[in-house]
Design a protein around this ligand. Structure first.
Ligand code: FES
Length: 680
């Protein structure tokens, strides 16, 4: 900036508060650049894109010590008039590339004119997300070919980008080089380029359109789970989610859980390739479905971020996951990867789109856990946070400002309603909430698809056919059975005589508790069996043991807060989870749900290069604990089998719930609950 001269004006930008002396006659866009103000431009000041809009303020600004005269900016010019006529310019707005500084002025940069605008996440934590996308649009004018100065079209595009946008060393894959010549000619040597430039590599041309292309660039955030694949289509200018969708992971046919898929790869030559093909097809289908749902052009999707566990990661990349099936669980690579999206099967979007795979934490703790760490940022708090993402495996993070630890624990699919006699996935007709009257031991419940409780008038007419019980329903059912004295601390269901309810019916050497039985209507008999209780005990013991192992590691008996992540976490009732002893004892209001935190982390990485940098650094700092080789895990697992726990006290739980002191052990079954589930 030049020293103060008579022909300089004081220019103040809000909301940044950046200010400085600018030579009279300087365009506002140039002044913004001189002062380091974040003012967008796609057309490079040609009056085409309107991204550079500012709102000048006139009059006295005591706060800034400046008085702005009506002629502080040059009068509207022909370019602005034409833009206003054709596209409409909001009242009071000016195009920053056209308006010139003529005197002291205060200029507000509205959020939509900021490249690095802040977006408030609509989540429990309400943290601010900074837009800092890797891919941005640039309008550029290219020299026409000249026989006397023979250069390639791409080299002239490179030169134009260097000169007009200071982007040097542009690279382009073959897919985009094939498109280049017709697009340049169609645009009469003007084009809009989508250029990907992240923290890891050179700038790359990922899409190109003739002339000025106004549509926003789009990105995909994909949470690739063992059971389901969830995707969000995101506007890369403002982080807005345009469409969300999900589908089942087609690899399920090769193996229900992760180890099932690893063994399929081990035992079937080419099995890994079949699984790779299946998941890539699914990603391509999901991308098309999201574009259709949003009414968007799939060619506008220029980037994808994928988070997944290590086995999914390797299979997606076409790497045989066999090493992940046995100690020492070596990963082929754990760093983040920046690839061509087509290389991982995303061939229904822009052909030269890029894909970013988040780093993996360890052999059993994947990029999905890294995404949860990015979204929940336990390292940013003083409070000791336990973050659990419950799925077929539970990913567990424990930490605060002093450090973060991570492990994965093999809970199995019981929490998702699988391996439960009346279990089903969360879908209309599934029991999702359940209460048992402690006096009568009669149940009342709610099913997905109906807001009424089963004992409300009109329930029978309004509710869909009752088909089973989903993950949150089985957790509430088992916890309510414990609270109403139908099962004892060891998990044993009492008989009708012991419990005083005919709903406890003999089934072989054990008992069932019948929740719903309507043979007249042909509906299924829905009950909780002794086997169901054992499956839930195995799952919750694995979860609790993983958490305890991390707590041991830093030498604490308590945590300050618990965050339940994952789609399932959003539906778990904290009280019931604590009655079961799924999570350590904390005040109920210290248990929060983070929704799909892995998906949120994927979106954050999609919208921000800084977020990618942050998680790559954080992942290196996280202490990894391997549950499979920790003898103490087994000890914790056995002790955690009781409801809520054999030895650990639950004083906060005792303040709100008194668990009946019953015992139904007459020498019958019950021992199998201590058997350890295999990882999966
Ligand atoms: Fe494009 Fe001003 S920079 S219209």
């Amino acid at each position: 900036m030049s020293a103060q001269e008579p022909q300089d004006a004081l220019v103040i930008f809000t909301p940044s508060g950046k200010r400085g002396r600018i030579a009279i006659g300087t365009p506002v866009l140039q002044a913004a650049r001189q002062l380091g103000v974040d003012l967008d431009s796609v057309c490079g000041g040609r009056g085409i894109c309107s991204k550079c809009q500012v709102a000048p303020g006139y009059g006295e600004f005591a706060k800034h010590g400046v008085s702005v005269a009506p002629d502080a900016l040059s009068p509207r010019n022909a370019v602005e008039d034409r833009y206003d006529r054709v596209r409409g310019l909001k009242e009071g707005r000016r195009l920053g590339c056209q308006a010139r500084i003529m005197g002291d002025v205060v200029l507000d940069v509205p959020p939509e004119s900021q490249v690095h605008r802040q977006v408030i996440r609509k989540s429990a934590t309400e943290r601010v997300m900074q837009m800092d996308p890797a891919t941005r649009s640039y309008y550029v004018e290219i020299a026409q070919p000249d026989m006397h100065d023979p250069t390639g079209d791409f080299q002239r595009l490179q030169a134009a980008l260097e000169k007009q946008w200071q982007i040097s060393g542009l690279q382009a894959d073959l897919q985009i080089l094939r498109e280049l010549q017709p697009v340049l000619r169609k645009g009469n040597w003007t084009v809009t380029c989508a250029i990907h430039h992240d923290h890891a590599g050179p700038p790359r041309l990922t899409a190109i359109w003739p002339g000025y292309h106004d549509a926003p660039l789009l990105g995909l955030a994909i949470d690739l789970g063992s059971t389901t694949i969830a995707g969000h289509l995101v506007d890369l200018t403002d982080g807005h989610v345009l469409a969300s969708s999900g589908l089942m992971n087609p690899q399920i046919r090769f193996g229900e859980d992760l180890m099932g898929r690893v063994s399929y790869a081990m035992m079937n030559p080419g099995g890994d390739i079949a699984m790779t093909d299946a998941v890539r097809d699914a990603l391509a289908t999901l991308a098309s479905a999201l574009a259709t749902e949003a009414g968007a052009d799939p060619a506008a999707i220029v980037e994808a971020v994928v988070v997944c566990n290590p086995v999914m990661h390797h299979l997606l990349l076409g790497i045989d996951p066999v090493e992940l099936g046995q100690a020492p669980f070596a990963l082929a690579t754990c760093d983040s990867l920046s690839l061509g999206a087509a290389e991982i099967g995303l061939n229904t979007i822009a052909p030269a789109a890029r894909a970013y795979l988040m780093p993996l934490i360890a052999g059993h703790v994947g990029a999905d856990a890294a995404a949860v760490a990015l979204s929940e940022a336990p390292e940013a708090r003083d409070a000791l946070s336990l973050v659990v993402d419950v799925g077929t495996n539970a990913e567990i993070l424990l930490g605060n400002r002093k450090g973060v630890l991570a492990c994965s624990s093999p809970t199995g699919p019981a929490f998702e309603g699988a391996q439960i006699s009346s279990g089903q996935r969360a879908a209309p007709g599934a029991i999702e909430r359940l209460e048992i009257d402690p006096a009568t031991r009669e149940p009342r419940f709610r099913v997905i698809g109906c807001d009424l409780w089963s004992d409300d008038p009109g329930f029978a007419a309004a509710a869909p056919a009752i088909t089973g019980i989903c993950g949150s329903g089985i957790i509430e059912a088992v916890a309510e059975m414990r609270m109403s004295g139908l099962i004892d601390a060891s998990g044993l269901i009492g008989s009708a005589e012991q419990t005083g309810t005919p709903r406890c019916q003999p089934m072989g050497r054990t008992h069932d508790y019948v929740i719903h039985d309507a043979p007249a209507s042909g509906g299924p008999r829905i009950s909780v069996t002794q086997g169901d209780i054992r499956a839930i005990q195995l799952a919750k013991s694995a979860l609790y043991a993983g958490a305890r192992l991390l707590m041991d590691e830093i030498g604490v008996d308590r945590v300050d807060r618990v965050v339940l992540a994952g789609a399932f976490g959003a539906h778990i009732s904290p009280k019931h989870a604590m009655v079961l002893g799924m999570i350590p004892d904390v005040p109920l209001d210290a248990v929060t749900s983070a929704g799909n935190a892995a998906g949120t982390g994927a979106r954050m990485a999609l919208c921000s290069v800084a977020a990618r940098r942050a998680i790559e650094t954080q992942v290196r700092r996280i202490t990894k604990i391997e549950t499979a080789i920790e003898p103490r895990f087994q000890e914790h697992f056995v002790a955690a089998n009781a409801l809520p726990h054999a030895t650990d006290p639950f004083p906060e739980l005792a303040k709100i719930v008194t668990l009946p002191d019953v015992s139904f052990n007459t020498g019958g079954s019950g021992g199998e609950g201590t058997r350890r589930r295999r990882r999966g």
